[in-house]
Write a protein that binds this ligand. Structure first.
Ligand SMILES: Cc1cc2nc3c(=O)[nH]c(=O)nc-3n(C[C@H](O)[C@H](O)[C@H](O)COP(=O)(O)OP(=O)(O)OC[C@H]3O[C@@H](n4cnc5c(N)ncnc54)[C@H](O)[C@@H]3O)c2cc1C
Length: 407
């Protein structure tokens, strides 16, 4: 495995359960608890249960009871969809909000713990993969320190700026079209009592929810993570920019610029956004699906092969699905049957992730029936039709419902 992010760690669990010996090479010297909120729809939590990590993650997860859509100017509720029990009853798996670091930690532990089925995966940190050689049925990677690792299979789960993808298919395809900026922050819930508490209560609601504030071209989403200790706040600003922002989860934003984007918004939301001490920002890029993910005994997985806009909140979920399916096709595989197994992996996963990529790209700043622009911003806005049931997710959330466990 190249990369120990969510996709790499999930694949290490899946391949361990499938009976394989796994070495994971990660460029970071150590894995710090970075990132913020991740939404895990039932297509992801169902697989986490099969990976036997759901029990360890549950104490860190929060179940949103509703998805509420509000108007940016005054908070008028535009629509609502029940989540919580309604999701669990329909899809036999929960909808969770987690901190990325908590999800990452339980996956790493399940992959590397001496307890558990099969052989524990071995993690090598400070191992940035810079070279790849394929010879017959084996592949070899080399790190920037000159260490070499050989395997029957190399999986490139090295994220959106994947070296493995560039080594396999060339670097031009990774650039993408800049589509906007995402700002994200974590607000300690203890801080909510320092503001106009009653106003916050009004917009946060009586029970945990995902709340999405819609303006033409800017969406603001907030939900609780870490079992309700933090409110995860994300502002997505769509549209072309003269100076596109780099794509990085670790870049600090200009706080004044961030708050400036909320000028004229509901004062309760502005007061909420002001409680964030540190705000991070990353560029949003749209990319066309790749034509292929596999070359000989090498395949790609997760953001390395299907980086997507965050509008469907499916980036981590799709990486987890990839990991699960790869474990399934490799359950009984040996070097002789690897090519067929990888072909099956690509055939199953590429069209589905391409559909999620395309859907995520379609939904840029929509929701009030208008495209960005000053005239539109002055109008009260007419909400686009958004069904209150689960019909938009019927093709997405049942994934893997009728399959047997891997290990
Ligand atoms: C630091 C960080 C914070 C994030 N925070 C959030 C968040 O708050 N909310 C959210 O929704 N999503 C977040 N994401 C993105 C989200 O985790 C991914 O989109 C999704 O989970 C897909 O996972 P992935 O494993 O494909 O990619 P990633 O999670 O990006 O993992 C890729 C891994 O590969 C490693 N790597 C890269 N190049 C090499 C190389 N050449 N050799 C060895 N290792 C390499 C990286 O260091 C990284 O650990 C974050 C990603 C990162 C890396």
């Amino acid at each position: 495995m190249v990369g120990a992010g969510i996709g790499g760690a999930a694949t290490a669990v899946s391949l361990r359960l499938a009976g394989h010996k796994v070495t994971v090479l990660e460029q970071a010297q150590e894995l710090a608890p970075v990132g913020a909120g991740i939404q895990l729809a039932p297509n992801a939590t169902r697989i986490l249960a099969q990976f036997r990590v759901a029990e360890a993650l549950a104490p860190h997860a929060l179940v949103p009871q509703r998805h509420v859509r509000r108007h940016w100017r005054d908070g008028t509720v535009l629509g609502e969809r029940p989540l919580g029990d309604a999701v669990a009853a329909r899809y036999h798996a929960p909808f969770w909000h987690v901190h990325r670091a908590d999800l990452h930690a339980v996956l790493l532990s399940a992959a590397s713990s001496p307890a558990g089925p099969g052989r524990a995966a071995v993690f090598r940190f400070g191992a940035e993969v810079t070279g790849l050689w394929v010879s017959g049925t084996t592949a070899e990677v080399v790190t920037s320190r000159g260490e070499r690792y050989r395997g029957d299979l190399v999986v490139g789960a090295d994220g959106v700026h994947s070296n493995l993808r560039a080594l396999l298919f060339g670097s031009a395809i990774s650039r993408g079209i800049p589509r906007g900026v995402a700002y994200r922050s974590l607000i300690p819930v203890s801080k909510l009592s320092r503001g106009p508490e009653a106003s916050f209560q009004d917009i946060l609601g009586p029970d945990p929810a995902i709340t999405q504030w819609l303006s033409p071209g800017v969406h603001f989403i907030h939900y609780y993570v870490s079992r309700g200790r933090y409110l995860n706040a994300a502002l997505l600003r769509y549209g072309a920019q003269a100076d596109p922002v780099v794509e990085s989860w670790l870049r600090e934003a200009d706080r004044r610029e961030y708050l400036g984007l909320l000028a004229g918004w509901d004062p309760r939301l502005v007061a909420l956004a002001q409680l964030a001490d540190t705000v991070f920002c990353t560029g949003l890029y749209e990319r066309e699906p790749l034509a292929e993910w596999v070359r000989g005994p090498v395949c790609l997985l997760g953001d390395a092969c299907h980086p997507m806009m965050p509008t469907q909140a499916q980036g981590a979920a799709q990486a987890i699905e990839d990991a699960w399916y790869l474990g399934r096709v490799l359950r009984a595989a040996d070097p002789g049957s690897l090519a067929g197994a990888l072909a099956a992996y690509q055939q199953e996963r590429l069209p589905r992730t391409a559909a999620v990529q395309r859907l995520s790209a379609l939904d840029q700043g929509k929701g009030l029936g208008e495209r960005p622009g000053p005239a539109a911003a002055d109008r009260p806005g007419k909400p686009e039709e958004e069904p209150a049931d689960f019909s938009p997710y019927e093709w997405l959330w049942p994934y893997g419902e009728d399959s047997s466990p891997i290990g």
